[in-house]
Write a new protein. Sequence first.
Length: 277
Amino acid sequence: MPALPHPPLRKRKKHTMATPDSEGFVRSFARGLRVIEAMGRTGAHTVSSVAQDTELPRTVARRILLTLCELGYACPTPDKGFRLTPKVLSLGLTYLTSQPFWGHAQRVLETVCLQLRESCAVAVMQGNEVVFVLRIPSAKVMSPHLGMGSRLPAYATAPGRVLLAYQGAGYQDQYFGQTPLRPLTGQTQTDPAELRHELARIALQGHAWVEGEYDAHVSGLSLPIYDERRKVVAALGASLLTSDFDRARAEREILPPLRAAAEQLSGLAPSFLAPVL
């Protein structure tokens, strides 16, 4: 009996990135995420402030806020505003707990924080900012508003400069082309040429030191974290009081334990953490 002919192979559709103008882009979903991101920042959140922060019409912002309240991700406040609820943490914690790297990173961070008695964090790049994905504060009163999810300008922080230093020239060109370099303290470096020179130095020496450029009272020391392909995808950093540490003391006392911790994390970090503008 002759063999039956095989049915023709069906070509798989290629998945392409959805853009705001494409058919696959769900605008209502995108708007909801923009509202959640806006409410994650500090300050009071009213219909007007959320509409302004997200550039959405007031009526749209109000419907999204009421929907978030109905779903339990937000709730009204006594002053007729809105705030996020702890349920919103489940959106990120489900992901974090599913990845073995994060449990390991949390333990490493706890150990080095206890050893140094200083605030330590793991940060990644998101847009033109760094985001703390893990952070353990020290007992010292220092930047109490910072925690997991906090976003800081990359150019003025040690983790941000580490992440910028190990990207290609094209990435840096794009970053400096679209990022306003504002003076945040009297020490903030805002000259793109000087910053590029500093990034080159960081890439050579393997760590970044930033003194009082984001907060005049706080300095930062940071090192890269690599994925399995030896690409820098995150940064490990310590925050130090400028009154306690100068560069020499920080590199002598803080850098060795911090480097050992970064080495424990390198090779295990997921590659999808890599910076994307």
